[in-house]
Design a protein around this ligand. Sequence first.
Ligand SMILES: Cc1cc2nc3c(=O)[nH]c(=O)nc-3n(C[C@H](O)[C@H](O)[C@H](O)COP(=O)(O)OP(=O)(O)OC[C@H]3O[C@@H](n4cnc5c(N)ncnc54)[C@H](O)[C@@H]3O)c2cc1C
Length: 420
Amino acid sequence: MKIAIIGGGPIGMEALLYGAMAGADVSLFERGRIGENVRRWGHVGLFTEWKRDRSPLGERLLRERGDALPPGETSPNGNQLADYLIRLASLPQLRTRIFSQTEVKSLTREGLLKHDLWGDPARAFAPFRLMTAGLGGEKVRHFDAVIDATGVYFSPNWVGNGGAPCPGELGLQRYIDYNIPDVNGVDMGRFQHKCTLVVGTGHSAATTLLALADLLGSDSSTRLTWVVRRGAAKDGSLYYIDPKDISSGRRQLGQRANELAQSGNVDLRLNTVVERIERRANIFNVGLSDGTSVECNNLVAGVGFRPDPTLWEELQISQHPASGGPGELAAAIMASNKAAGVGLSTGYAEKTGEVNKPEAGGQHNPLDLLKLDEPNFYVLGIKSYGRDAGFLMQNGFRQVRDVYRILCDNDGLDLYGSAL
Ligand SMILES: Cc1cc2nc3c(=O)[nH]c(=O)nc-3n(C[C@H](O)[C@H](O)[C@H](O)COP(=O)(O)OP(=O)(O)OC[C@H]3O[C@@H](n4cnc5c(N)ncnc54)[C@H](O)[C@@H]3O)c2cc1C
């Protein structure tokens, strides 16, 4: 069975490694460099340690080759994680299977349209047809199975009220920071002695806010406004600190963001959304739903990401109406969030119960959660969670193990030696 993996991030690379070691005929297409999206937030420190960021398989193969790896208890930043992925890419088992600088432009079934053979397993007899664009031009390639691990980092959510662009946003996109700026590094000049407005309460927003708070400490001309669409919890906190969170780094991030919210150093606007954005002479004028407007030099949209369904357009894929994630996995995640008292798991303080992510156990058969209406097509990695930000690479490594159980028709296949 010829398997195409789209996306050379941590999970696409793991899928390639696992597939190659399981004896599968696997090829990977990456539109940029290996680890391209991770490089985009390369300056950000991960909140999980190396032991959770590399799989037992990757670690074993690199050590067998003689590579010195950083201790499992330390945490990398995004650049160090991307360097690790490049090390994996240089393993002789993988080298010839990787097509970087090669974007998958379209994904269809040979000779079939989207509506042909609706819900019929016979669609599997028509191979997948990928059109790729790379240095050698456009090419059509055929595969029996496809793993979409293209991530979400290039499709951020909008700042505007209700999740759609507000007046002014479409035309000003290139000036708004939808990704995490390197406030204490190359972007410092843009932020020091300047006024910044940050929107959102996810972990990316917290990362930016805490970096800006470091600048606040050293200079009083740097100002910070934080716009949050909901209120705080009874104790004044914005981030729910889950005592059972496996990541102590993520707990600390939430804790520090809560302290910042209550410090008085930030102009905090709760229950407020962005209604319009204007920009004149390099200064934003941001209209808020509380009737005020804020003038600022920078506007940072820490409002999360959504899956881009373009590659699914000619396939039979159902997206969850609330999260945009595919198939049964999305349904299980959303049910789990509902039980926990949240819309999406963003760390927000309204969270009341325990999050029971399906891969963590529960009543679901993890193999069924990965199956979609389109036969032999799988979505892995952060894109499989839709708009939910609760994804960790550990979840992705489990998905990789499970998808090869399906693809190799071997429920006992486990190249991690039960280490996950
Ligand atoms: C700032 C930040 C911090 C995070 N910290 C942690 C953490 O501490 N611990 C943790 O476990 N998780 C963390 N995550 C969450 C998650 O694990 C990472 O986002 C991880 O990179 C997801 O891996 P992925 O392979 O699913 O997607 P990505 O890393 O986004 O990789 C997708 C790849 O697909 C490529 N691609 C996209 N479209 C195409 C196409 N059409 N053709 C070819 N290639 C394509 C992209 O260029 C990219 O390289 C963090 C996320 C962010 C944004």
